[in-house]
Design a protein around this ligand. Sequence first.
Ligand code: NAP
Length: 283
Amino acid sequence: MHIKSDTEIYGIIGHPIKHSISPIVHNAAFEDLKMNCIYESFDVLPENIDNAILGIKSLNIKGINVTIPFKEAVIPLLDYLSDNSKRIGAVNTIKNNNGHLEGYNTDASGFTISLLEQGIQIKDKDIVIIGAGGAARAIVFALATNGAHSILIANRTKERAKNLCDYANKNYNFKCSYCTINEVYNIENIDILINATNVGMYPRIDLSPVDEIIICKAKFVYDLIYNPRKTLFLKYAQSYGIKNSNGLSMLINQANCSFKIWTGKNFNKKLVNDMINKKEFAK
Ligand code: NAP
């Protein structure tokens, strides 16, 4: 990549940030499309988030992805919020539109497109989500707006599951309930089982958020984690012959949606996927 004085700057802010693979994704896309742009990662301490957002304007950074722990914190610092980001209550993409900072959320669409690409329909399905954090919130939005029949949110901290469930019942017209992870064992019919926790992520790859007694009841199993590619959660699904997916396609699709917001173009998802696979990962 040849950086010049007029090279446009994009990036991601989070803390910590060094494990993010977003720079691989976007730099591969810029290079492939021969765009004079570069994507960097910025480790921002929580006490510096306001200054970091001001810096987007003053340094004329063209676009920024936002990750943990800032997806909610950036909201009051922006000039405009898309309907989706308002409804989800989180921003993962900021576009600098001539000094006007616009906030978007592409996690939900990234997840929906990822399921569609794998031939999985959301409409009329009974779905269990393990986890009630920021990612689970975007997924509830995606499921609710695509016609899911019911959603059960199972989380370690019951209060957080209740909060997300209350939000869903208030905002969408479908059946949402909640329980702790231990209580999910009573459920019989699961069309789609989703892990939206970080349990099983590298380096704690010996863990699964629920054990196989639950997993074997599902018709399709999705783990938002992509490092490792096959978590213990997915290995259990595999051992029962259940179709399953890791979170890499969601990551690539949400990145492509952000890229489109910034540049008006789609990138080549296969090329980006191949580029990620070339890099070192704990499998
Ligand atoms: P978050 O807001 O911090 O939420 C973390 C969730 O994990 C909470 O529900 C938390 O439960 C649960 N959890 C953490 N440690 C646990 C443990 N030891 N046992 C049981 N539950 C535990 O994080 P997030 O943004 O929602 O991200 C969640 C996961 O999704 C991460 O692995 C992230 O990498 C992944 N993700 C993937 C993509 C993608 O594109 N593939 C996009 C976004 C996120 P409590 O409420 O009890 O703390």
